[in-house]
Design a protein around this ligand. Structure first.
Ligand code: CP
Length: 291
C-alpha cells in the first residue's frame, strides 16, 4: 500500500470512530455482500472485529470453523477455498500459519482476499489499526520514536509495523528484547536499531510490547518472572516511561510476562483502545476494498 492509501484508510477509520454514539448512521455500503472469515489459525480480536466491522456496514458474514469443517475429512485447503468461491463470497478474510500461503492466492480466486495474519510474515490490518491508534494520539505519523519490544523475530505484527512506519518521515524504530528472539544484525530490518529496554523507554513516544509466542519456538526456555524483570513492562520500569508516551500491545497478552497485570489498564495504556480501533480500521479496509 502507498502512504496515501494508508492515510485515506486512517481518515475513514477516524470518520467511522466519530459515529460511535450514532451507530444507526453507519452507511450500509456493504449490503448484499457476503464476507467469509476463513481462519486456519486461532484468533479472537481480528476475526471478531472484522465480523463487527462487516455487519456494521451491512454485509452478511460467514464464520468458517476449521475444526468442524470438511478439512477434518481430508479436504484440501485449495478445495475449501474453491468451495467458498462457488458459494459466491465477495471477500475471504484469511489467517494462515504459513508465511506465504495467503500471498500465493493473489489473483487465483474470484473473491477479494484480506490477509488477517500470515505466519511470522505480515499482519497488515493490525498494523493499520496500530497506526490509527498512534495517529489519534500524536496527530501525526512522522517524527516519532517507537520501541517494539519482545519476540520480534517471530512477530508478524512487528514486521508489518516496521514496514508501515518506515513509509512515514523521520521515525526512529527501536527493537528491544532477549537476544534469542531478536533478528540477527545482518537481518535487521531497514531503519531499525537495537537498544536495551530501559534506555529505549527514556526516549520513546510509543512502546509496543509483543506476545512471547510459545507456540512458534521451542529452543527458548522461558522463565516468565525473569522475562518480566528483564524485558517486560513492570512497576519499576513504568517509572522510566515518558509521561506522554503510550503503551501498546496487539494482544493476546501474557499477563506477568511481557506486561505486568496491573499495567494493562494503566492510564498510558492504549491496549483496549487498539481493539476498539480495530473495528473502525477494518470498516475502512472493507470499504476501501469493495468501493
Ligand atoms: N492481535 C491479534 O491478531 O489478535 P488475535 O490473534 O486474537 O486475532
Amino acid at each position: 500500500m502507498s502512504t496515501n492509501d494508508i492515510l485515506s484508510i486512517l481518515e475513514r477509520a477516524s470518520y467511522f470512530s466519530q459515529l460511535k454514539s450514532r451507530k444507526s448512521y453507519y452507511p450500509k455500503i456493504l449490503e448484499g455482500h457476503i464476507i467469509a472469515n476463513l481462519f486456519f489459525e486461532n484468533s479472537t480480536r481480528t476475526r471478531f472485529s472484522f465480523e463487527v466491522a462487516a455487519k456494521r456496514l451491512g454485509a452478511e458474514v460467514l464464520n468458517f470453523d476449521s475444526e468442524s469443517s470438511s478439512l477434518a475429512k481430508g479436504e484440501t485447503l485449495y478445495d475449501t477455498l474453491r468451495t467458498f468461491e462457488s458459494l459466491g463470497i465477495d471477500v475471504g478474510i484469511i489467517r494462515h500459519s504459513d508465511d506465504h500461503y495467503i500471498e500465493s492466492l493473489r489473483d487465483k480466486h474470484e473473491f477479494q482476499v484480506i490477509n488477517a495474519g500470515a505466519g511470522k510474515f505480515e499482519h497488515p490490518s493490525q498494523s493499520l489499526l496500530d497506526l490509527f491508534t498512534i495517529q489519534e494520539e500524536f496527530k501525526t505519523l512522522d517524527n516519532l520514536t517507537i520501541t517494539i519490544c519482545g519476540d520480534v523475530s517471530n512477530s508478524r505484527v512487528a514486521k508489518s509495523n516496521i514496514n508501515a512506519l518506515n513509509k512515514f518521515k523521520n521515525n526512529r524504530i527501536i527493537l528491544s528484547g532477549p537476544p534469542e528472539l531478536m533478528p540477527e544484525k545482518a537481518d535487521l530490518p531497514t531503519g531499525c536499531e537495537i537498544m536495551e529496554l530501559d534506555k529505549a523507554l527514556e526516549v520513546s513516544d510509543v512502546v509496543m510490547f509483543l506476545r512471547v509466542q510459545h507456540e512458534r519456538h521451542h529452543l527458548f526456555e522461558l522463565d516468565t518472572s525473569k522475562y518480566n524483570e528483564e524485558y517486560g513492562l513492570n512497576n519499576t520500569r513504568i517509572k522510566i516511561l515518558k509521561k506522554d508516551a503510550i503503551i501498546m500491545h496487539p494482544g493476546p497478552f501474557n499477563r506477568e510476562v511481557e506486561i505486568s497485570s496491573s499495567l494493562i489498564e494503566h492510564p498510558q495504556s492504549r491496549i483496549f483502545k487498539q481493539m476498539e480501533n480495530g473495528v473502525y480500521t477494518r470498516m475502512a479496509i472493507l470499504e476501501w476494498l469493495l468501493k
